[in-house]
Design a protein. Structure first.
Lengths: 188, 64
């Protein structure tokens, strides 16, 4: 049981067409850029094809695929894959669709020979999604990225403008007391 | 006598920030190992929380 094995299973879902595309988000994607933080689960944004004539999007085929591989246990709203509850989040907004489309491809070292090809949500999309979710831990994560300069400020500004998140960004600045890094004069 | 400047809030914050940057620069495989280790070690606390949630309080016994 390991994250690397869970990454391998998720990437296999894309290779075998069970999902059109995917990108790992949340704390695990943040791990690529900032210090490790404790997390219990794995969030995966997925692009899926709706069944013909279906008015409701279901994850039946993805769940069935995982069950065939022996992953049938549910824990914390996630299917347990290699010990990690995986929450599959079908993209529900233009921001999430862009995050999946522009995901960063990382070859994660596997236990054996070779590497596991993995797709991670990029920092600017991670922060934009966190801005929309607005939990205390989302704000802490944004703060952590800004603290270690782990996000391209110009790219973040573009994502925020493109997806109409300026008010959410201002709310984050107000609640954390941070100076606005988009304003050159306030950069340290 | 120690230099109290070494323990000023500013110095401590700067040190913490430098340590945070250093941890952010660790190789991804090492960071994943840390997360997996934290998850294993924190599982005991999760079990304690779950046990507390599920605990039933004994309010008394009936005897003849």
């Amino acid at each position: 049981m390991s994250l690397a094995k869970a990454f391998e299973v998720i990437d296999r879902m894309a290779r075998e067409g069970v999902v059109l595309s995917y990108a790992i988000g949340g704390a695990i994607a943040a791990l690529v850029h900032i210090e490790p933080t404790a997390t219990e689960d794995l969030d995966v944004f997925i692009e899926v094809e709706a069944a013909a004539g279906a008015s409701i999007l279901t994850l039946d085929s993805q769940v069935a695929f995982l069950k065939r591989l022996g992953y049938a246990e549910w824990r914390k709203e996630g299917i347990v894959v290699e010990g990690w509850p995986v929450q599959f989040l079908p993209v529900g907004s233009a921001l999430e669709a862009e995050a999946v489309a522009e995901a960063e491809i990382v070859d994660f070292p596997a236990a054996g020979p070779g590497a596991v090809r993995t797709r991670f949500v990029r920092p600017e999309h991670l922060l934009a999604i966190a801005l929309k979710v607005k939990r205390a831990k989302d704000y802490i994560r944004i703060d952590a990225f800004l603290d270690v300069d782990a996000v391209d400020i110009a790219k973040l500004a573009a994502v925020i403008e493109r997806h109409g998140l300026r008010a959410d960004w201002n709310e984050f600045l107000r609640r954390t007391g941070r100076p606005d890094p988009f304003v050159p004069a306030s950069r340290p | 006598m120690s230099d109290t400047g070494e323990f000023s809030v500013e110095t401590m914050v700067a040190r913490k920030s430098a340590a945070r940057r250093a941890r952010a620069r660790l190789p991804l495989t090492e960071k994943v190992e840390i997360v997996e280790r934290m998850r294993t070690e924190f599982a005991a606390f999760a079990a304690i929380r779950a046990a507390r949630r599920n605990a039933t309080r004994v309010v008394g016994t009936v005897s003849d």
